[in-house]
Design a protein around this ligand. Sequence first.
Ligand code: ASP
Length: 348
Amino acid sequence: MTKPFNSRVLLIYTGGTIGMNRNPVTGTLEPFDFRHLISHVPEIGQFDIDISACCFNPPIDSSDMTPEHWTRLVEIISAHYEDCDGFVVLHGTDTMAYTASALSYLLENLGKPVIFTGSQLPVGQLRTDGRENLITSIEIAAARDAQGHALVPEVGIYFNGRLLRGNRTTKQSADEFNAFESFNYPHLADAGVNIVYHRERMLQPDLSRSMTPHFKLDSRVVIFSLFPGVNETLIRHILANPQLKAIVMRTFGSGNAPRQPWLLEALKEGAEQGKVVVNISQCLQGQVEMGRYDTGFHLQEARVVCGYDGTVESAVTKLMYLMGRYDDPDRVRLEMTRSLRGEITLCE
Ligand code: ASP
């Protein structure tokens, strides 16, 4: 059922550790070219899959990723969308969850797999995790059912034996091969002896409609974390900035904030000026419920939007996407409370 025969996969190499080499002078890891990377994974040639490739030139460390790179990826994927069955994006792990989240919004009604992967050790090193990550990602990107429909019609991150929804994923470890986790949504697939696809957890595209790419992002957003002792002058300064259009506010526990009157006042003033504030918990697991404690309840009066069980990466990229599409802050607030690509869990 899931044999990848005759599938066509486009490999997009953006950079990251997987393709890096150690600089003999400084000792630091630097991106290397794509041919060098592929020469370390000759097994790719054994696939009965038609693989083509394109690269960022030069490849970049993912700390240098920008929204312009995200739109470049959307351009590449939409230009090859009709001729390919799936896409594998090789990307540094540091900001992979941001790029995967952004692409989940920018590729509306996606019907084909866009699988992000990378590695913790360069592919040229003996103990690399890059080889398995790359090979399995290609297999997932090529997998189709008997009707020819993609088994994973969404943006995912494949790493260390698990396929995770891109916009649910966070980098959890700088050292372990198990670099990513999706704390609030189960795995989309698990790769052991076989790759087990959990199709009931996948998004269902509308096959009667085509995929719609979007290219506009508005990055006038900041992420700030609350902490005991948060300073009034600094917060007011950020909120008063006329350039600022939205904030991802990282709150305590189930979405709670200090009850100091100045904070509520500053947030209310921000909302009156059209600034959208989204409440995302500092906890990795669980969800924001602003009605649970008095310290969260008050935030609703300041029009702070509930971020439910979404990740920071998803919230910030969703805001950029929505602000690129809608000028009206009320529309942005409304869309933030809807699940557009399976990024939040809404209780019916
Ligand atoms: N600094 C690297 C990057 O994100 C780390 C990695 O690829 O794992 O590009």
